[in-house]
Design a protein around this ligand. Structure first.
Ligand SMILES: NC(=O)c1ccc[n+]([C@@H]2O[C@H](COP(=O)([O-])OP(=O)(O)OC[C@H]3O[C@@H](n4cnc5c(N)ncnc54)[C@H](O)[C@@H]3O)[C@@H](O)[C@H]2O)c1
Ligand SMILES: NC(=O)c1ccc[n+]([C@@H]2O[C@H](COP(=O)([O-])OP(=O)(O)OC[C@H]3O[C@@H](n4cnc5c(N)ncnc54)[C@H](O)[C@@H]3O)[C@@H](O)[C@H]2O)c1
Lengths: 206, 206
């Protein structure tokens, strides 16, 4: 099984491979490491978990490596995402064209605010929360994205989980409690800014 | 000096302390661990780097601990942020009231699109990129937030760095090359979704 740190680096290698010119048939672990901001021994170790071993002095076949990473990440199938909370952030996410680049598509948008329900964002109508369970089923939603205020996030997570969703991307600044088999990734803007502030502050001190 | 993994957990402890009712004078490492999704030995170790040792059986003073973490993260002073790229994501960030909760304020907004320059977002006018250097200086910008397309991100980072900004939060899906003394944090939506996809895919297999 692949260690979590390796899993979090695979998307970066995939992006680097996607940015290579088509004519670039081979890539070395040094080149991958250089662009991905990792070290080449770590790259070789990471790729070995996919059963991918480069040829010494020649490197890895870019097309084959890309397919192997896509398979490992399960990107070969289309993954449907639901966004809960059609406010500032939720609507920016719904408008985001980048989803499709990696096989993700927004299948449904939800909000509790009656004034937002029925409005269209990038061709998709905002639905009331009362329809969450049946739309998650009918649209085949695999991932729930939470873009509600922090106070509503837990209740939204509970509904997603009871509707059968086992993957959650949470933008609300709160720690969610979910059953063991549910995966949650957090994106917390204030945490990122506070970590930057720490380095500004300790840099000044040193 | 405080290890990076500890630094990345401090904002979480701070959020937990902020959510405690005022009457809650003491908090144990178990309580902090429980809400922050960490383990209590890790919490005690993390807090020891701040010179904070709880009293066995009693715990930590919540007010004192909060002040110690804020000091360590350098949150006592107001930190000014500039957002580059006033599109979907940039304008959602500019409208985000959560910045102020932690002492961050948006001091300037920039865009290359002449049609956006001069428009107001949450009371702040979008400025042309030609004014980046003088506004970074006059507004005292400490952190640059990049919300431009990936293709423009490196050039924007270079301008921020040459204007004296040493902290960057990058939302564009590309790896930035910056001098050693510049801190960059990445928030990459597609990486988060791909990691969720990995678990969906490997969960199905097991
Ligand atoms: N805007 C940003 O740039 C930004 C950045 C980082 C984090 N966040 C976080 O993302 C979340 C959303 O932020 P925002 O700026 O979009 O806020 P917002 O107020 O603009 O939008 C929140 C939306 O959620 C809806 N909502 C509230 N309760 C709900 C519920 N129970 N079920 C479904 N929908 C519900 C509201 O009606 C509203 O439309 C917040 O938790 C915020 O802290 C936002
Ligand atoms: N919208 C989202 O939800 C979302 C989510 C994750 C990541 N991102 C990433 O964030 C970035 C912005 O996404 P978006 O959806 O807001 O795109 P957008 O096209 O709506 O906005 C981009 C803005 O950047 C401006 N711009 C372009 N080149 C510039 C330059 N050299 N200097 C200054 N401004 C410049 C454009 O004029 C535009 O206003 C992209 O890199 C995207 O991949 C967006």
């Amino acid at each position: 099984s692949i260690p979590p740190a390796t899993v979090s680096r695979l998307p970066l290698y995939l992006r680097v491979l996607g940015e290579m010119p088509k004519a670039h048939a081979m890539i070395s672990s040094e080149q991958l490491a250089n662009v991905a901001g990792a070290n080449s021994a770590q790259v070789r170790k990471d790729l070995s978990y996919l059963g991918s071993y480069g040829v010494r002095g020649v490197g890895y076949d870019t097309v084959q490596l890309r397919t192997q990473i896509e398979m490992a990440l399960g990107l070969s199938a289309d993954l449907v995402v639901a966004i809960i909370g059609a406010g500032n952030l939720g609507s920016a996410l719904a408008n985001y064209k980048g989803f499709n680049d990696w096989g993700f598509s927004v299948g449904a948008l939800f909000d509790v605010d009656a004034a937002k329900v029925g409005s269209q964002i990038d061709g998709l109508a905002v639905q009331p929360m009362s329809r969450l369970e049946d739309l998650v089923a009918s649209a085949g939603v695999m991932i729930g994205v939470i873009a509600t205020p922090a106070g509503a996030a837990q209740e939204v997570a509970d509904r997603l989980v009871s509707a059968g969703v086992t993957s959650i991307l949470n933008f609300a600044p709160t720690v969610l409690r979910v059953p063991e088999e549910v995966q949650v990734r957090r994106v917390d803007l204030s945490t990122e800014l506070q970590i930057l502030s720490f380095h500004l502050h300790s840099g000044r001190r040193s």
